[in-house]
Write a protein that binds this ligand. Structure first.
Ligand SMILES: C[S@@+](CC[C@H](N)C(=O)[O-])C[C@H]1O[C@@H](n2cnc3c(N)ncnc32)[C@H](O)[C@@H]1O
Length: 245
């Protein structure tokens, strides 16, 4: 055991509900896969979580299933939850896909608030536009068919109170740098895929996307933001801008 309390076995052993110590009373199969499935169903059930198809009228892209490019159900619930707590005036989303996360956020915004969502590719932008319209959320969403890097470089509008970063992983660090000047103090930043298939656990990631996420993670060390990295789904990081942790 290390002398450092953060690295002590006691905290490691109670880090995840699947750990030997925290699953000691479970009567079923304790194989990690089986326990994970039971835990998944438990969380979905008691969080009253519904699929995007149950919450909204959804047109999908037959070549890119929602389960492949969309976020996990628990992530969708978390961003709904965070939007409700934060009650932001102005939200930025990088990476719309077909608009599910956009609509979860938009549906929790108060009357005069809005979300700006950026999608580079026409095929997803067009589907997202139809989905947002079919669910009567057009008044809450400014959907832009643009490369997020271009948009952020030229942005001089109202500052953001909440950001959901879920676009191309290769540019995550550049996005974070550009965001610094266009966020209000206290802005809540939610970043998806911080594990990136566990590639970011490698000292040197194997993929360009993993490298992009890892360089963003290293960069956050320089920022005096309040931070937490959660081992949820493909990894989620939450930060509060200009709030010393
Ligand atoms: C993981 S998906 C977003 C999923 C969506 N946020 C959700 O949870 O339902 C990432 C999206 O970012 C888009 N994207 C990729 N590169 C981009 C760029 N340079 N600018 C804006 N969007 C980009 C992709 O086309 C894709 O639709």
């Amino acid at each position: 055991m290390s002398g450092n309390i953060v690295n002590s076995d006691e905290f490691y052993e109670t880090f995840l509900p699947f750990s030997k110590r925290l699953s000691s009373e479970y009567n079923g199969d304790k194989d990690t896969e089986s326990l994970m499935r039971v835990m998944y169903e438990f969380c979905i059930n008691y969080s009253d979580i519904k699929t995007p198809q149950e919450c909204f009228s959804i047109e999908e892209d037959p070549s890119f299933p929602l389960t492949q490019l969309g976020s996990n159900l628990i992530t969708y619930r978390l961003i709904e939850f965070l939007t409700t707590i934060k009650n932001p005036n102005n939200v930025l989303e990088i990476g719309t896909f077909i608009g599910c996360s956009t609509m979860y956020i938009a549906s929790k915004l108060s009357q005069n608030s809005k979300i700006v969502s950026l999608e580079k590719y026409d095929r997803f932008y067009n589907i997202a536009k139809r989905n947002i319209s079919a669910n009567n959320l057009t008044h809450k969403v400014e959907l832009k068919n643009i490369d997020a890097l271009e948009y952020l470089k030229d942005y001089n509008g109202e500052k953001f109170d909440m950001v959901f970063l879920d676009g191309n992983k290769e540019n995550y660090k550049d996005y974070l740098i550009l965001l610094e000047n266009i966020m209000n103090s206290g802005c809540l930043i939610v970043i998806d895929n911080t594990s990136f298939s566990c590639d970011t656990l490698n000292e040197v990631p194997n993929t360009e996307k993993g490298l992009g996420v890892k360089s963003m993670l290293e960069y956050t060390k320089k920022l005096s933001y309040l931070k937490i990295v959660l081992p949820l789904s493909d990894g989620i990081m939450l930060m509060i801008a200009n709030n010393k942790g």
